[in-house]
Design a protein around this ligand. Structure first.
Ligand code: NAP
Ligand code: ZN
Ligand code: ZN
Length: 347
């Protein structure tokens, strides 16, 4: 098996550092991709530091992958050497359960295989992600990438983009809806751009006063500083839909109380500790609290095509892979404008 250069963590307490991994030779259904850019998602950090539990080491994170196809297996139909290609958060699923048949592979009843820290379905081991020079993925999980947009800005669409696109579509956000996006990070800034493009009235709900200008530049119509009681009071019982992207433990009730009658708050942020929600917060206005996981492969392609058509990309800071630990520390401080993306030429 070919040896490939990568960056990964050897333990929850060790830094992400250079290592070598093995990738399989492409099988008949496989696409081999040279990785050009890989976005840095907060889930990478949760996983390498084992904040959710269950991390297998060494752990090579990265699931916002854009690259160029170098080789394909004999049964591959839609990709060929030289094409641009993308890989998001999943590399396999059962294909047979109801969710898979509906194109919702992320909810596969047998469990989807994550791009990193996932168990291969054939028992051959566990997966390594995009902080590496090359990846080999089954054709069913490889996305088509337009050459119209800057690739570094496209990479984060593979997780941050689809994770916000999918719930906004599922809850049918459209013109006239009042939408709140909580947390202006990687997911949050894509949530703002997409909700605005769907015609909603979008409010950024942030705990960082310094982000007000940027939120407006991204297209948000309003900005609410969530540490300011007066500003929060103004939006109580206000929103039809709230998308919560916050990565750290926080009080859900503050945001649930901002929902109007029949309002829905969907969590995509995945803080390490459970939240406390009194039934009355929901009961009194028939509010719903929901969750959403990335998006299926057909919807991911739809989102990529939509973004190419509407000229939507992520605002990125391209980094050298050697600076990954510093980038994690900055991400923890909320100091990202608004996604770090690794230039894989630096590996
Ligand atoms: P990120 O870039 O670090 O953004 C998180 C944002 O949350 C920060 O920019 C900050 O925004 C806000 N925040 C951070 N700490 C906070 C605190 N203590 N109190 C209030 N707000 C705080 O992270 P990301 O990559 O967007 O990921 C966000 C979360 O989504 C992570 O938990 C990640 O694992 C999860 N995720 C879930 C899915 C899914 O499928 N559901 C997919 C991808 C990622 P402000 O400064 O504006 O307040
Ligand atoms: Zn992610
Ligand atoms: Zn399935």
């Amino acid at each position: 098996m070919p040896t490939v250069k990568a960056y990964g963590a050897q333990a929850a307490t060790s830094p992400v550092a250079p290592l070598n991994i093995e990738r399989r030779e492409p099988k008949p259904n496989d696409v081999q991709i040279d990785i050009l850019f890989c976005g840095v998602c907060h889930s990478d950090l949760h996983t390498v530091r084992n904040e959710w539990g269950g991390t297998i080491y060494p752990c090579v994170p990265g699931h916002e992958i854009v690259g160029r196809v170098t080789k394909v297996g004999s049964d591959v139909k839609n990709h060929k050497a030289g094409d641009l290609a993308g890989v998001g958060c999943m590399v396999d699923s059962c294909r047979e359960c109801q969710s898979c048949k509906e194109g919702l592979e992320q909810y596969c009843e047998k469990g989807m295989v994550g791009t990193y820290n996932g168990q291969e379905r054939d028992g051959s081991g566990y997966t390594f992600g995009g902080y590496s020079k090359q990846i080999v993925v089954h054709q069913d999980f490889v996305l088509k990438i337009s050459d119209k947009l800057p690739l570094e800005g496209v990479a984060p669409l593979l997780c941050a983009g689809i994770t916000t696109y999918s719930p906004l579509r599922h809850w049918k956000i459209e013109k006239g809806d009042k939408v709140g996006i909580v947390g202006l990070g990687g997911l949050g800034h894509m949530g703002v751009k997409l909700a605005v493009s769907f015609g909603a009235e979008v409010t950024m709900l942030s705990h960082s006063p310094s982000k007000e200008q940027d939120a407006k530049k991204l297209g948000a119509h309003k900005f609410v500083l969530t540490s300011d009681k007066e500003q929060v009071k103004n939006v109580n019982n206000y929103f039809d839909f709230i998308l919560d992207t916050v990565s750290a433990d926080h009080d859900y009730n503050r945001y649930l109380n901002m929902l109007n009658t029949n309002g829905v708050m969907t969590c995509v942020g995945a803080p390490p500790s459970p939240a406390q929600v009194p039934a009355f917060t929901l009961i009194m206005k028939r509010r719903s609290l929901a969750g959403s996981l990335i998006g299926g492969i057909p919807e991911t392609q739809e989102m990529l095509d939509y973004c190419a058509e509407h000229n939507i990309v992520s605002d990125v800071e391209v980094i050298n892979i050697k600076d990954i630990e510093q980038s994690y520390e900055r991400m923890l401080k909320g100091d990202v404008r608004y996604r770090f993306v690794i230039d894989m030429a630096t590996l």
